[in-house]
Ligand binder design. Sequence first.
Ligand SMILES: [Zn+2]
Length: 323
Amino acid sequence: MHSISRKLFLYQIVLLAGCHSATPAIAASGSSTVSLAYMARLYTMKTSRSGTRIRMENKWNSLEFETNGRRVWINGIMVWLHHPCRGSGNNWSIREEDFKKGVDPILRAYSYVPKKTPKVVVLDPGHGGKDTGAIGPNKVYEKNVVLDIAHRVRKHLESRKITVRMTRTGDTFPSLPDRSDYATKVSADLFISIHADGAGDASACGVETFITAVAGGDSSNHYGEGADTFPVLNNKFDSANAVLGFSLQSNHVKASGRSDRGLRRARFSVIKNAPCPAALVECGFLTNPSEESLLNSASFREKVAGGITNGVLGYFTLVQRAR
Ligand SMILES: [Zn+2]
């Protein structure tokens, strides 16, 4: 735990050291896109091209864009854009909202996070009671796994003198509105919903983190979501969500050792109605026999809890440095 925290702290310093100007910038007034060439100048990065990837890097940070695709790897961690990177030749761009509410907040968090030190973290173990959530082939229930992980995260955060509240502490079933209402009632500064995945394909595996899709932007979940792209309450925290989500996903991947499915966007009820920066963490697939076995072991759940804890602490560190 301590060594992971120390690594994270050093990593954040590296991120901060890579920053230049505190002024968010756009390629051209009135433009809805930001060119990769502009970003290379802004971050003082060298650009190289290999097949369908455009890589940009400086001493501290790297960006690797997938041409005509929605994925970018930021310091090796997959981040899903709302829209594909488009262009030709040496002239490629991403949409302005993906730059302002995704890439740039992650690279220059200090310009975007709320300056107020977070005090109350709400943990939301998914499902519960009559709602089992995903069930593995060996009958491991999501509702039990995520409750145990949440208790472990709570213990770690409370040992750092952080106030933690939980939407459920036992095998009960708060409704989805109850969960975000609870966050409002206790004046949450951060809201973290904890889940484990399920899929029809037993080979599906890995960890992913969801944050609220920006107004008008497509989601990147794998459930299909309809065409609801209206603004939601949580859009107020779009940039801070990206900072929090990236910190959670990068630390979760490192701690668990599972494959990286990326920082994704969706309009799940509990996060879109959260009154503060919010994220939903998926801790692996119970429908995958190997990951079910891992999630059934206390030692793996402790690793996952360590990753989520360090993700929250990483966000705290960035807020403190932004003040
Ligand atoms: Zn779930």
